[in-house]
Design a protein around this ligand. Structure first.
Ligand code: SDX
Length: 377
């Protein structure tokens, strides 16, 4: 019997979800029914997180309660800090993020309590504390001291404050907030599916998130935002160059890369075949950063790669493509980009963990054996 194989589970509908709808026909993305563009234009990341977890927008009392909770759970637990300090400065920051979540789980008093209330508390705590993990890791790699969180700042302002030790300008905070909203959720992507597989075994929330971080690290998934910047670096970034010259060099680089059959990160998507719904909004945020920092030549590289890829293969950018240079302009080291994706996606992962737990079936597909026929010693 020859079984039908769905390599990479392409085209397989594995379950229902009410968290988000990715619609490749209309290039749209809805979080709990709301277009992501509307959310990015109007709401804080904290409000979007509540929408993803609860299914509805918060009342002002619910919002205030969460803001108080979030602001009082931002500080890095000394046990997590000690664990991070044990990790070498040249390990990948995704390893630090993965380890931090694992340590938080091992120390959590509600670790084995999978009631909806306990799960939501753990999700909110992870949301609140993860920025401190990223910020501290970025700083220690630069030989700088930890910066304590500030309760008078919102999530995005405080994230940038803890990372850079100074208050970020409004334009930068806004671009950062938009990136968090856009990265928050995307149905059954590889890391979310990983979280659901782990949850389906009835393992705890921190195990599911730790595994999801492992899945996110790879360059075919979240690691692409970092890889985009490596491409820019390989082509060569020269702030003194004109936009036109940068575009011409990028175009030539892309033609060569495609001739060598290289996969260029930041382009293509398993679900969207005519454009990632999030790219125009993220591109606007990138444009704002390019203008703010006066770095038109980066848009030359951006446009050159995009148009050469479009002309040669008709493959369009995904969200990681504009996000990479945006984070670069804000001052994050390239290796820190994918941990920023974690900070955002903790919301989507934990919403899916709750959904999986509420209506669980062990995820365990079949395989078609193609090894040797039965044989004997
Ligand atoms: C994310 O799933 C999600 O929702 C993920 C995500 C989320 O929010 O969670 O949106 C986030 O992970 C975005 C994707 C980030 N990854 C990259 O940017 C890596 C580069 N892109 C790819 O390798 C690729 O496009 C994938 C992995 C994203 C999707 O690939 P598929 O659907 O498995 O398609 P494929 O690899 O089989 O490619 C089909 C064709 C091939 O050409 P042919 O062999 O048919 O001639 O398209 C080509 C590929 O070679 N192709 C590319 C390419 N992407 C596809 N060629 C060069 N560069 C690319 N980036």
């Amino acid at each position: 019997m020859t079984e039908q194989i769905y390599k990479g589970l392409a085209g397989v509908v594995a379950d229902h979800t009410a968290v988000s709808k990715v619609n490749p026909e209309s290039n749209s993305l809805l979080y709990r029914g709301y277009p992501v563009q509307e959310l990015a234009a109007a709401l804080s990341f904290e409000e979007v997180a509540l929408l993803l977890w609860n299914g509805e927008l918060p009342s002002s009392a619910e919002k205030q309660e969460f803001l108080d909770f979030e602001r009082s759970h931002r500080a890095l637990d000394p046990r997590v800090r000690s664990a991070i300090d044990l990790l070498p400065l040249d390990c990948h920051p995704m390893d630090v993020g993965r380890t931090a979540v694992s340590v938080l789980g091992a120390n959590h008093p509600l670790s084995e309590d999978s009631s909806p209330e306990a799960e939501l508390t753990k999700a909110k705590e992870l949301f609140a504390v993860f920025p401190a993990v990223v910020a501290y890791d970025q700083r220690r790699r630069r030989g700088l001291e930890l910066v304590e969180p500030r309760q008078d700042l919102d999530y995005s302002q405080n994230f940038l404050w803890m990372t850079f030790g100074e208050e970020a300008p409004e334009e930068v905070v806004d671009a950062f907030r938009v990136s968090m909203v856009l990265y928050a959720e995307h149905s059954f992507n590889a890391s979310t599916f990983t979280a659901r597989v782990v949850t389906s075994t009835l393992a705890d929330l921190h195990s599911a998130v730790t595994a999801a971080i492992g899945a996110l690290k790879g360059p075919l998934h979240g690691g692409a935002n970092e890889a985009v910047m490596h491409t820019f670096e390989e082509i060569g970034i020269d702030p003194a160059e004109t936009r036109e010259d940068a575009a011409a060099r990028a175009k030539a680089w892309m033609e060569q890369a495609l001739a060598e059959k290289r996969k260029v990160m930041g382009f293509g998507h398993r679900v969207y075949k005519s454009g990632d719904s999030r790219v125009p909004t993220m591109k606007q945020a990138l444009d704002a950063m390019v203008e703010y920092y006066g770095r038109g030549e980066l848009m030359g590289l951006y446009d050159g790669l995009e148009s050469a890829m479009g002309e040669a293969k008709n493959i369009l950018p995904n969200l990681d493509y504009p996000a990479g240079p945006t984070y670069h302009l804000m001052g994050f080291d390239t290796e820190m980009f994918t941990p920023l994706f974690i900070a955002a996606r903790i919301t989507g992962w934990t919403a899916h963990i709750a959904e999986q737990r509420a209506n669980n079936a062990l995820i365990r597909p079949l395989s078609a054996y193609n090894g040797p026929d039965e044989r004997h010693l």
